[in-house]
Design a protein around this ligand. Structure first.
Ligand code: COI
Length: 334
């Protein structure tokens, strides 16, 4: 059995070595390159691929894998919005993900972003860098005074809720699928409008689907409280960047914590020397603001997450190759 892995980073190598040691019956080859039409043939002779990228999995790459007889794909991350299921159906391919590699990694990042915004840490940092050790004007707000609206109560949203409750915030939640525990706690509101109306801080923890793309648009923002904070550690396409910029300009939005951005592939994953050199004017506009905290889609990036992403994705791929159906399966035609 042979598995070929794409996009392997140096920080993943130790976990990959461990997996190989525990699975001596599996031949593993890998590249640091992502899956593209130019690299798809590298997997020739393999029974499955393991991959991770934020760019789309285009039909041409899948066609090449299909021509090589490769039908088993396992992604190392959770979100599979960069796959077109029609392509997977046409090529009769199976897809697994890693639904739970570390909800804490992402939830912590979101909760930290909230704290940094509430306590105006970016402004304090600038003052510090200028040798200004005075207090004013960075009067902060406390978590316990905030109503936090958590949109999405899957694994990540639920850990975020626990953390926020630990910090003393009042939490309200919205999801189309209700979780029993969150229901029991009486946290669900009936509509997004209600959440927008009541929340001082809104944090997004939903997968991107065709139904919720750009859900945070001009209308949604107009329904929010004045001075709202918005956190997005889920998918960039959940927020209209134009609407966000307009909301920040008018002061309707007091601040934003963004680990993901619409069109982030124009900017993330590269070294630009300075934010002055960012080629995407909207992302540059956001990055320049003191009340916007931006991180390059690294909310997931912890030792625990990396270890689990490798282990679970390779186990899933091996299962697929052996004809088993792992509980990480997200697509199969049959
Ligand atoms: C995911 O797991 O879906 C993420 O957003 C993390 C990233 C490595 C793609």
């Amino acid at each position: 059995m042979k598995i070929f892995a794409y996009g392997i980073r140096d920080d993943e190598e130790p976990s990959l070595r461990n997996w190989k040691k525990a699975n001596p019956d599996v031949e593993v080859d890998h590249t640091d390159q992502t899956l593209t039409p130019a690299t798809a043939k590298l997997a020739a002779g393999s029974d499955g691929i393991v991959t991770l990228q934020t760019t789309p999995y285009d039909r041409e790459s899948l066609q090449i894998l299909n021509d090589e007889g490769i039908k088993n794909i396992s992604i190392r991350n959770v979100g599979y919005d960069n796959f077109n299921f029609d392509d997977l159906a046409d090529f009769d391919m199976k897809l697994t993900n890693v639904p739970v590699y570390s909800p804490n990694a992402i939830a912590e990042h979101a909760v930290l972003m909230i704290g940094r915004l509430l306590r105006r840490i970016p402004e304090v940092d600038v003052k510090f860098d200028n040798g200004d050790f005075t207090w004013a004007p960075t009067v902060g707000k406390e978590y316990r005074e905030q109503t936090v609206g958590v949109i999405g109560t899957g694994h990540i949203g639920r850990v975020a809720i626990q953390m926020l409750q630990g910090m003393g915030s009042k939490v309200i939640a919205y999801d189309v699928f209700h979780n029993e525990d969150i229901e029991k706690q009486g946290l669900y509101v009936d509509s997004l409008e209600e959440l927008y109306k009541e929340a001082d801080v809104i944090t997004l923890h939903v997968p991107l689907t065709s139904d919720n793309a750009y859900m945070i648009d001009e209308k949604a923002i107009s329904q929010m409280k004045d001075g709202v904070y918005i956190i997005n550690c889920a998918r960039g396409e959940l927020i209209s960047t134009d609407a966000l910029i307009a909301g920040l300009d008018s002061g309707k939005i007091a601040g934003a914590g963004l680990d993901v951005l619409d069109h982030e592939n124009n900017v993330f994953g590269q070294k630009w020397g300075s934010i002055d050199n960012l080629p995407d004017p909207k992302i540059k506009n956001l990055a320049e603001r003191i009340n916007v905290i931006m991180t390059p889609h690294n909310a997931f990036y912890t030792e625990t997450a990396i270890r689990n992403m490798i282990e679970i994705s390779f186990n899933s791929n091996k299962d697929l190759i052996e004809g088993k159906i792992p509980d990480t399966l997200v697509y199969s035609k049959k």
